[in-house]
Design a protein around this ligand. Structure first.
Ligand code: FE
Length: 310
């Protein structure tokens, strides 16, 4: 028999007081959100008959989650970050803001302030023996006109599936660059083929995924922020075709229109003309930006990130 008391006046008063709604200090916004969190948490406890042990195990879990810096990973794995994209898509559709390259999740591993290059960049520091990847494409507006001077802020993992800054064994900003498109809207990068990656097997995110009967793997992918004056900031990523996790991504980032074909070439002549030796890969991907409805839309979200700005 489940006993329900959270709806009673006494308990609603308790949550109101705990949320600070009986004082005039602090943040009015947070108070409203906090009251709702407390009310809904109590409802979950009662409806699902959450036991005290389950409750306190969850409190302990949250401490461990934060201690491992994995809260951003967990919200991706639980589909909440993808949900925010779907919500934004629906809000856009409501006001007729459609078209262009689809958005998809940023994930928790962006680092601001990557080196800036005009037109083309080499992204890897040459220390890792990966397969050379030539990544190139163009940025267009909604009418198919090239956007010159757009910033293509691109970041991806190494062959081990780890990212510079978070993986201290890599050099600063390895596999992270900002490339400014040329007069034809082109960007070109030489890098190495990234590997997919998984949640740390001993970490708190994988701990929950395992209890949900799920894996914590992502397909190989390349992240992008695309921005230009007058255009709406685009946060997206391309997931590479042929990866076994392409449509089984634990973070739900793969979307129609965001699958990148990767072509591997063994041709020695083609390699020579590219200035490389042996097998290499090519990825072509174009982006299409929406016009910014308001100036603020040119900027990325203010979400906290590693190294805020440079
Ligand atoms: Fe990633």
């Amino acid at each position: 028999m489940s006993v329900k008391v959270s709806h009673t006046a006494d308990i609603q008063d308790l949550f109101k007081e705990a949320s600070g709604l009986n004082n005039d200090q602090g943040s009015a916004r947070l108070k409203v959100v906090m009251q709702r969190i407390l009310q809904d948490a109590a409802k979950i406890i009662e409806d699902l008959q959450v036991t005290p042990d389950e409750f306190w195990n969850t409190v302990d879990y949250l401490n461990r989650l934060g201690g491992s810096n994995e809260a951003g990973l967990l919200v991706a794995g639980l589909g909440l970050e993808h949900y925010l994209d779907l919500l934004q898509d629906a809000q856009d559709a409501e006001v007729g803001l459609t078209g262009g390259t689809p958005r998809t999740i940023e994930g928790p591993l962006y680092v601001a302030g990557a080196p800036i290059a005009e037109g083309e960049a080499r992204m890897d520091d040459g220390k890792e023996a990966g397969t050379v990847m030539f990544l190139q494409g163009r940025v267009f507006d909604a009418y198919g006109k090239p956007v010159a001077g757009a910033t293509v802020d691109v970041w991806h993992a190494n062959t081990q599936g780890s990212y510079s800054y978070f993986d201290q064994s890599q050099s600063d900003y390895n596999l992270r660059r900002r490339i400014i498109t040329d007069a034809e809207g082109c960007y070109r990068a030489r890098s190495i083929v990234p590997s997919g990656y998984g949640c740390s097997p001993d970490g708190p995110t994988q701990e929950v995924l395992t209890l949900l009967g799920r894996h914590g793997q992502r397909p190989a992918h390349i992240h992008f922020f695309i921005s230009a004056p007058g255009y709406r900031h685009l946060t997206t990523q391309i997931n590479l075709a042929g990866d076994k996790y392409l449509w089984d991504d634990f973070a739900y980032a793969t979307r129609e229109g965001l699958v990148g074909d990767i072509r591997f070439t063994e041709d020695a002549e083609a390699a020579r003309s590219r200035g490389v030796e042996g097998r290499f890969a090519e990825v072509d991907f174009d982006f299409q930006l929406q016009k910014a409805p308001v100036a603020d839309a040119e900027q990325r979200s203010k979400r906290p990130r590693a190294l805020q700005e440079a």
